[in-house]
Design a binder for this molecule. Structure first.
Ligand code: NAD
Length: 326
């Protein structure tokens, strides 16, 4: 700042710019070599930990599954226990659900933790659980943010995830360089739990739109319309959305969509059902009407009960098509 005030000529301004640029690069490099603890090395976490190593970070990893640990160790990580992980500069968790995330933090906080550490939970969980975790981490003198992700397994693999961060501005600025090693878009959503609030509201809308596209496609096809013709009409009309354009649930419309691969891979019915359950819980607690979200939740629960839990969530189209043939 002071340098800027005395800079009168263009040349001096350019020199100041260069110094500032070098300073920022130094800061970025400093963030490149952190000791990072990573807990939960499943479909998402395994890739995320691997991408952090590619950025030069030292990874100390833990998972209850030995094969999951071994897979990441083979890429250069050190397998560690919770006591070792509690001493890292950053600790990232990528775990299945509320209880497992909360219990893991309870265990971590019993350890001798690094008080300068920043704990980052990227799992999808209830924003209220986030607030409880933040309190127990703060009580130990460390910092915590929620940073759930969107982008699925391909996004985790290609380091193109979107992170939705809940925490203070300072905490957001401190976690951003690390999250950039795993994602493309890092957005500060507000205070603790707001990352999860954004994630749950988005996924509720995604489920509703997928069911809507499936219903409309099925109706149009049964009325005699050609599937491609109708998809083209939606995608240049008011019905257009990500589910119709990028991820159409009818086979043959979008080459890369799971519909063309027997609804395998992609984003599972189990996971969207979990997210809709979380959205229903927070909607009830905040007295917010979500009639469509609640119905979407029940529809996906039905799909799960029909054995479709491990299929991509666009399988809802196939389910409706078969139902209409009954
Ligand atoms: P996953 O089931 O593949 O991985 C979870 C990992 O956690 C497993 O390796 C499991 O062994 C491990 N684990 C379970 N309990 C543990 C414990 N107590 N301690 C240590 N490790 C433990 O799940 P995933 O698909 O990687 O998803 C992780 C989180 O990310 C979930 O909350 C999910 O909702 C969210 N998410 C997933 C996707 C996706 O497309 N898969 C997308 C966005 C968000």
């Amino acid at each position: 700042m002071a340098l800027r005030v005395i800079a009168s000529s263009k040349n001096i301004k350019n020199i100041v710019k260069t110094i500032e640029g070098n300073f920022m690069r130094c800061l970025a490099t400093a963030a490149d070599n952190k000791n990072i603890g990573f807990i939960g090395l499943g479909n998402m976490g395994g890739h995320m930990a691997t991408n952090l190593m590619k950025k030069g970070h030292k990874l100390h990893v833990y998972d209850v599954s030995k094969p999951a640990c071994e897979a990441v160790r083979a890429k250069g990580a050190k397998i560690a226990d919770l006591s070792e992980i509690a001493k890292m500069d950053y600790v990232i968790t990528m775990l299945p659900n509320n209880d497992i995330v909360y219990n893991t933090f309870e265990e971590l906080m019993k350890k001798d933790i690094n008080k300068n550490a920043l704990f980052i939970d990227s799992s999808t969980i209830d924003p209220n659980v986030v607030k409880s975790i933040q309190k127990i981490v703060k009580a130990k003198g460390a910092r915590f943010v929620d940073a759930p992700v969107s982008g699925g397994v391909p996004g985790a693999e290609q380091a193109t995830l979107t992170f939705m961060v809940g925490g203070t501005v300072d905490e957001y600025n401190a976690v951003k360089p690390v999250l950039e090693g795993m994602g493309k878009r890092i957005t500060h959503c507000g205070s603790y739990g707001m990352g999860q609030a954004a994630k749950l509201a988005n996924n509720m809308m995604l489920a509703i739109s997928m069911i809507g596209v499936s219903e409309a496609m099925n109706l149009a096809i049964r009325l005699g319309l050609d599937a491609q013709t109708f998809a083209d009409i939606i995608n240049s009309s008011t019905g257009r959305c990500w589910s119709s354009e990028m991820y159409n649930p009818v086979p043959g419309i979008v080459k890369t969509a799971p519909a063309n691969f027997g609804y395998s891979g992609g984003f599972s019915t189990d996971l969207i059902t979990k997210d809709l359950g979380l959205a229903s819980g927070v909607a009830t607690a905040s007295n917010t009407p979500i009639p469509m979200g609640a119905l979407a939740h029940q529809i996906y629960r039905t799909l799960k009960s029909q054995g479709l839990g491990n299929k991509d969530f666009s399988v809802v189209y196939d389910f409706m098509k078969n139902e209409s043939n009954n």
